[in-house]
Design a protein around this ligand. Structure first.
Ligand code: 8YV
Length: 291
């Protein structure tokens, strides 16, 4: 049980949550004069509504909508959930690569429609080998590295650029599949511009399990509508809204921001959130403070 006044924007899954005792649930924009620890899922926090706040504990590794500079200026700690979701997110990136390149979703639709039995000659077109393909990883942090390890087991050739160095343009020209693993920041917003998308080879696949805003989404949609490239997308600029043009396209696989979406991983993320709140309550150093 924590002795700090905790509020959350939602109930988090997994057994650790109960360790906080009763937690008030309210939207982030509702004033909380007595709230000391606020658990958010990457929602912006107006600090003027939380005069007693000491901690913003973010449920997620990415905290791009939390104004960390403002929090720091007010003496408010910010924590996130790094590490525990690397495997799940890397697994989804690989799943999207395989789904797109091997036509898994189109094949599923074909079978369910009953067309396999009656129109077998109209089966979805042949896929492309993942084995032997060149994979470009943009952002070689914890998640990008986990993708690289998995890709090696699929006999892919892996090239990568870190967030702020390396030749991104050369990577985009060279790869059959490009997977994005940078956090969203001022440095990475719109990193994959229209011009950079144009560098992708014909038939290349872009996989995004990072943040929609890392890519010029309108330009990506145009490339996908033209059918020049394919994509596996878990993240979008205006979630839960998805560009309507994508919905009918055969060269796109779409998932609803489920990179960390497993029972085990979400419970582990909750554990990290709770550990940060309990550390605050006990006057200890926060395990995953970002500021
Ligand atoms: C979400 C994420 O936080 O960790 C991140 O950065 O984007 C996800 O884990 C999660 O989907 C909860 O909504």
């Amino acid at each position: 049980m924590s002795s700090v006044n905790v509020r959350a924007t939602r109930v988090l899954p997994g057994p650790a949550w109960g360790e906080l005792g009763p937690v008030e649930i309210a939207p982030a924009d509702e004033p909380g004069p007595d709230v000391e620890a606020l658990v958010v899922t990457n929602e912006p926090v107006d600090l003027s509504r939380y005069p007693s706040l000491r901690l913003i504990a973010n449920y997620g590794v990415g905290y791009d909508r939390v104004d960390v500079a403002a929090a720091s200026a007010h003496g408010v700690a910010v924590s996130n959930t790094p590490g525990v979701l690397d495997a799940a997110t890397a697994d989804l990136a690989i799943a999207l690569m395989l789904a797109v390149r091997r036509g898994v979703v189109a094949g599923d639709r074909f079978v369910r429609s009953g067309a396999w039995a009656t129109h077998w000659s109209e089966a979805p077109s042949l896929g492309s080998d993942v084995s032997g393909a060149t994979l470009g990883i943009v952002g070689l942090g914890r998640i990008g590295s986990a993708v690289a390890r998995r890709a090696a087991a699929f006999d892919m050739r892996v090239v990568s650029v870190r967030r702020s160095d390396g030749d991104l343009d050369a990577l985009l020209r060279e790869c059959d599949i490009v997977s994005l693993h940078v956090p969203l920041s001022d440095e990475t917003r719109g990193l994959i511009t229209r011009e950079r998308l144009a560098l992708l080879r014909d038939g290349a696949t872009l996989v995004n399990t990072a943040r929609g805003d890392v890519v010029d989404e309108a330009a990506l949609v145009a490339e996908l509508v033209a059918g020049r490239i394919s994509a596996g997308l878990d993240v979008f600029v205006h979630e839960p809204d998805v560009p309507r043009e994508l919905l009918g396209l055969p060269n796109v696989v779409l998932t609803p921001h489920i990179g960390s979406g497993t029972v085990e991983t979400r419970a582990a993320m909750t554990r990290v959130v709770v550990d940060n709140v309990l550390a605050l309550a006990h006057g200890e150093a926060l395990p995953t403070r970002v500021n």
